[in-house]
Write a protein that binds this ligand. Structure first.
Ligand code: ADP
Ligand code: MG
Length: 273
């Protein structure tokens, strides 16, 4: 038999920001779709009890028989939770409200911060024919144990930041948490980048926030900004990524550019689609 091709290195990115409504889930769905469109094999792990990433990817609540709750609780394997989506090469491990109870259940366990890291170990260790090249973890809007698990399991953090007045304030707190996780749980954790979301060029405040964030974080901020775009906000109610809903709109095009920037930062050759 022909030798199996070596697997592409697996990259695990946590989409984190303790603020709600900044574009974490939208970015998980649409960056995931854009990466899949350029040939990556992508798995979105929904770690938010709200389950918006699962819904936005068209996974009906009744179809979530095995969720990330069971996986994190050790009652099911990751493979049992993963379901395909309408996007080729993109799958999702959906979440349910059950995740709300997990923090209490794990509280007394010594490996409580490493549950997700241990779950992903099997994926990482496979040397050939890996089915996944990118894992995107959609975190809840809190620096709780779920987010800590994501940061402990990730290679890098991708921070969606909304172009609004308090953006930088929240960022400092997040950066401190990343620093703490690096010190205590995951020494190799890096910041892949900061993506400015819901940018509105006609809004002076938006433009000022962009200048401030770029001044403070420099090259860590992606060139690509995600514009505020009504098509982006409509797509989830159709259970579709915006790239499937309206490929030509400004939001879809921005997520495609973001995907190439993300890949460039990894210094990897794009996969052949
Ligand atoms: P988070 O996961 O950080 O809580 P979401 O991704 O759910 O944030 O986004 C919050 C809200 O903003 C959602 O209703 C979403 O549809 C909307 N939204 C996100 N990005 C954009 C955008 N680029 N343009 C317009 N609306 C957006
Ligand atoms: Mg969300």
């Amino acid at each position: 038999p022909a030798a199996e091709a070596p697997a592409r290195p697996l990259r695990v990115l946590a989409l984190a920001n303790q603020k709600g409504g900044v574009g974490k889930t939208t970015t998980a769905i649409n960056l995931g779709t854009a990466l899949a469109a350029i040939g990556e094999q992508v798995l979105v792990i929904d770690l938010d009890p709200q389950g918006n990433a699962s819904t936005g990817l068209g996974i009906d609540r009744r179809a979530r028989r095995v969720s990330t709750y069971e996986v994190m609780a050790g009652e099911a394997s990751l493979a049992q939770a993963v379901v395909p989506t309408a996007v080729p090469r993109l799958s999702v491990a959906p979440s349910t409200m059950d995740l709300l109870g997990l923090e209490l259940e794990l509280a007394s366990l010594p490996d409580r911060a490493h549950r997700l890291r241990n779950v992903l170990k099997g994926l990482r260790d496979s040397k050939t024919t890996r089915e996944v090249s990118y894992v995107l973890i959609d975190c809840p809007p809190s620096l709780n144990l779920l987010t800590i698990n994501a940061l402990a399991a990730a290679d890098a953090v991708l921070v969606p930041l909304q172009c609004e007045f308090f953006a930088l304030e929240g960022l400092s707190q997040l950066l401190r948490t990343v620093e703490q996780v690096r010190g205590a749980l995951n020494p190799k954790l890096t910041i892949q980048g900061i993506v400015l979301t819901m940018f509105d060029p006609r809004n002076n405040l938006s433009t000022q926030v962009v200048a401030d964030v770029r001044g403070f974080m420099g090259e860590k901020v992606y060139e690509t900004m995600i514009p505020r775009n009504v098509r982006v906000s409509e797509a989830p109610s159709h259970g579709k990524p915006v790239l499937l809903y309206d490929l030509k709109c400004a939001g879809s095009q921005a997520y495609l550019r973001l995907a190439s920037e993300v890949i460039q930062r990894e210094g990897r050759v794009p996969a052949a689609a």
